[in-house]
Design a protein. Structure first.
Length: 395
């Protein structure tokens, strides 16, 4: 499938826009596409670097509906449907491979938590189930069945290619009339009488009545420019790539050890992707790849998947998660500043939820009722005006 390249018009920045989307990652790209598709005539996407240069640059991104919170389950379901149909709408092959997700559970409390979640998932139509250690080993031969009590599995989850998705959304948005500006940083958001009036950038000022903050780890600063509190903290996350293996690994589910946060899956070729959430990682904007986290990864692998404990890391990748206090997204419209919308703070789930989120932000902008009430994901929940969301399936 051949596609035209993204256009980054070198002409002067538009003087006006109906909507300015801040952030050219997968969430901002999805928002731009859905707005342009709905007929919003003047959508401008501003990206401080290049599209997919932040967290959306990850080589492979998981897609799933295995969550404990019904809201997250439905966001995942809606997005899975969109990922599956991506080749026709918006029209790009993003390498969707529904290999399934496999959560390894080593303790009775973990099994009980996941059984409760599976019951909720099943009620909403997700084909997940709790399986035995032997079944987990059959799905993923690397798993030592003696080291777990059970596992949670859904065959409809999997992964796709984030960079291809970002470019696919932005290309389609441009074809529908949206404008993309890269290497263009936002320096201020003007607010007059409680309403957004303009966005100031390193390339000039754009008059606009609406800003959508999809700036990922940089969202706190963008919100502050408008006087909107977005409690987002950047946190480095890393993966290692084994490179080609001989023999090539079997096709396995996206496998995660819930207790240690170890995870691994195929890399789309003849190797594996290895990852772990290092509890020693301090917040910050650093994105250099380092190898100290491989020590706890190898320790965890020695317990759950011994054959992986000694695998060399041929290369690696580091990016930023955009963390919120309860590890759930911020999606909504500011109640204090008219014309300021936000979709950020996904805490590692932005890629998998991006299609549904783009649809929701479109509806919020058009003042239509979204397919699901995202009121509980308002940033106001951290100001004592709403309740923080519980979510157990966090890695």
């Amino acid at each position: 499938m051949v596609h035209s390249a993204l256009r980054n018009n070198s002409a002067p920045l538009p003087r006006t826009a109906d909507v300015v989307v801040v952030g050219g990652g997968v969430v901002g790209a999805s928002v731009a596409f859905h707005l342009a598709e709905a007929g919003v005539g003047n959508v401008l996407v501003l990206e401080r670097d290049r599209p997919a240069s932040g967290s959306s640059g990850k080589p492979i991104g998981g897609i799933r509906a295995q969550f404990s919170d019904p809201l997250n389950i439905r966001l995942g379901q809606r997005s899975l449907e969109a990922w599956q149909a991506f080749t026709s709408r918006p029209g790009t092959d993003v390498g969707v491979d529904r290999v399934g997700y496999l959560f390894l559970l080593a303790g009775e409390a973990e099994v009980a938590t996941f059984q409760e979640a599976v019951d909720v998932q099943n009620e909403l139509g997700v084909r997940s189930r709790i399986i035995t250690p032997r079944e987990a080993h059959e799905l993923c031969p690397y798993v030592d069945p003696r080291s777990v009590l059970a596992a949670a599995h859904s065959p409809d989850d999997g992964y796709a290619l984030p960079r291809a998705a970002v470019h696919g959304y932005l290309r389609a948005a441009q074809q529908l009339g949206a404008t993309l500006r890269t290497r263009c940083s936002v320096t201020a958001v003007d607010v007059e009488a409680g309403r957004v009036t303009a966005v100031r950038t390193t390339a000039g000022t754009v008059r606009t009545p609406t800003v959508v903050c999809a700036a990922g780890p940089w969202s706190r600063a963008v919100g502050a420019m408008a006087g909107v509190t977005l409690p987002v903290t950047p946190l480095r996350r890393q993966i290692a790539l084994t490179g080609p293996m001989s023999p090539a690994p079997p096709r396995i589910p996206f496998t995660l050890d819930f207790a240690s946060t170890l995870y691994f899956h195929n890399d789309g070729a003849d190797g594996l992707v290895l990852g772990l959430s290092d509890p020693r990682q301090e917040p910050g904007f650093g994105r250099e790849f380092s190898r100290e986290w491989l020590e706890p990864f190898r320790e965890a692998a020695g317990r759950r998947a011994p054959a992986l404990a000694g695998l060399p890391a041929a290369s690696g990748w580091a990016g930023l998660y955009e963390m919120t206090p309860d590890r759930n997204a911020l999606i909504g419209r500011s109640g204090d500043v008219s014309g300021f919308l936000y979709a950020t703070g996904f805490s590692g789930h932005g890629f998998l939820q991006a299609p549904a989120v783009g649809e929701i932000v479109r509806d919020l902008y058009l003042e239509r009722t979204p397919f699901i009430d995202v009121g509980p994901l308002s940033a106001a929940r951290f100001e004592g005006r709403a309740t923080a969301r519980p979510e157990a399936h966090i890695i």
